[in-house]
Design a protein. Structure first.
Length: 443
């Protein structure tokens, strides 16, 4: 969680900027943003940061005390976020998420804390469909649902892998919004005619708090539907997905006020569309010092990459499946790697809540006899994660994988040891070529 830092405009220096006029322009822009951050720190006292991940959510209160020049953080609420199986699909329980958010906001209001702003970030690619009255159409289907199977290959065959990448700069993942929408058109056509708007998850929660529609840029960039040259929805890709452009509004840059949430005490609190993709907010708060610095943001997924003022779109980045997601400034040139998902699912299946104790047990286990590849498609959303891990170990020659560690420590130790191989080489893959393509810089 880091987008409260966007509210305060705590910014790092620009990276990857050349010499001459471009460097002077970047320095001038950076100086202006630093002045803006100081102004923000003097005028904002209490802001709420709502960070929703694929396994949990939390509501944080950030309070700035100008006399002491201190920023204090307080965890107001923390709650789980788990998939629900509804009508044959794996879905998000948005009502529960919204309820937890409203409960935390009501608690702060009851405490008499005057809030200056509210911001929300979430994971990417998933969306909610609304009719003309603003009511949900269908379920909020998760990216882990199996409905997109085979559609990424179909898109590459129909449109060309290189063409899609040149248009979007986004990596090929089988659950990107592009393929989810094609699945919707093919599998649930009865819903399509009822839809007036498509909102990504944070934009939907903004709508629920304010009644206003918004399409924030950083999350929109994850969909593989945004044209990387225009930062607008790509009509050719929308046509392939089978949905009209009228479902979408113009993407807005992070930092815009969406509307107001009215508290029980009558407070009118601005709701800010921060960098609503959680990784975009995390990267914004990362104190990268120079153009050679890289970051690793870990959670359910691990995101490793660099910041760049221009997208990195060339044959080598396509071959490495490097993505160019939008940032608060510039681009997040990164690789999506499986993170703690295997551990999260295994502990859920084994009904283990004491994670520190499990880690201690894992430390006492013998060195691993086998490794698993967490990026294997079999681990996206198996019916039984523990069994799938054991099956993978057997296939790699560990015949006794299913007979050890009833406590679950083995399951913990396997995913932890399996992470590093998938992370190697990302920094080199993400570096721009010697002659970068002539994309405009984002400020």
């Amino acid at each position: 969680m880091s987008y409260f830092t966007f509210t305060f405009a705590i910014l790092q220096s620009p990276s990857g900027v050349g010499s001459g006029e471009k460097a002077r322009a970047a320095a001038t822009s950076y100086t202006a943003r630093i002045k803006q951050s100081r102004l923000s720190l003097m005028t904002i006292r209490n802001t709420v940061a709502i960070d929703l991940g694929a396994s949990s959510g939390r509501v944080m209160l950030a309070s700035y005390q100008p006399e002491q020049q201190q920023l204090k953080l307080r965890e107001v609420s923390r709650f789980t976020n788990r998939l629900q199986h509804r009508a044959g699909q794996d879905c998000w329980d948005l009502d529960a998420l919204e309820g937890n958010i409203r409960q935390a906001l009501a608690q702060l209001d009851a405490e008499g804390i005057r809030l200056d702003s509210i911001g929300i970030d979430t994971w990417g690619v998933d969306f909610v469909l609304l009719d003309a009255q603003g009511e949900r159409v269908g379920q909020a289907v998760s990216y882990r649902d199996a409905r997109t199977q085979g559609l990424m290959a179909t898109a590459q065959q129909d449109l060309g892998r290189s063409n899609i990448y040149q248009r979007t700069g986004i990596q090929f993942l089988p659950f990107n919004t592009l393929y989810q929408l094609r699945a919707l058109r093919e599998q649930q056509p009865e819903l399509v005619d009822r839809v007036a708007h498509l909102l990504l998850i944070p934009d939907y929660l903004h709508f629920r708090l304010t009644g206003e529609l918004n399409w924030e840029y950083t999350n929109a960039s994850t969909t593989q539907l945004l044209n990387i040259e225009s930062d607008q929805w790509d009509e050719e890709l929308l046509a392939w997905a089978g949905v009209p452009a009228s479902w979408f509004g113009k993407p807005t840059p992070p930092g815009n006020r969406v509307g107001y949430w009215t508290s029980a005490s009558g407070q009118q609190i601005p709701v800010i569309a921060v960098a609503t993709h959680d990784t975009a907010s995390a990267v914004l708060a990362t104190p990268l010092q120079d153009a050679n610095a890289a970051y690793l943001s870990s959670g359910t997924w691990s995101l490793m990459g660099i910041e760049s003022p221009i997208p990195v779109v060339h044959p080598a980045s396509l071959a490495a499946n490097i993505t160019n997601e939008g940032g608060a400034t510039g681009y997040r040139v990164l690789k999506n790697i499986m993170g703690l998902w295997l551990l999260q699912r295994a502990t859920q299946e084994l009904n283990i809540s004491d994670l520190p104790a499990l880690i201690a047990q894992a430390a006492q286990q013998p060195a691993c006899r086998s490794l698993v590849n967490p990026n294997d498609d079999r681990f996206i959303n198996p019916a039984n994660m523990c069994q799938t891990i054991q099956d993978s170990c057997r296939e790699r020659g560990d015949a006794g994988a299913g007979n050890r560690s009833p406590t679950g420590a083995l399951h913990l130790r396997q995913p932890r040891h399996a992470l590093p191989p998938g992370r190697t080489g990302v920094g080199d893959d993400a570096r721009p070529p010697a002659q970068p393509s002539a994309y405009r810089r984002r400020r």
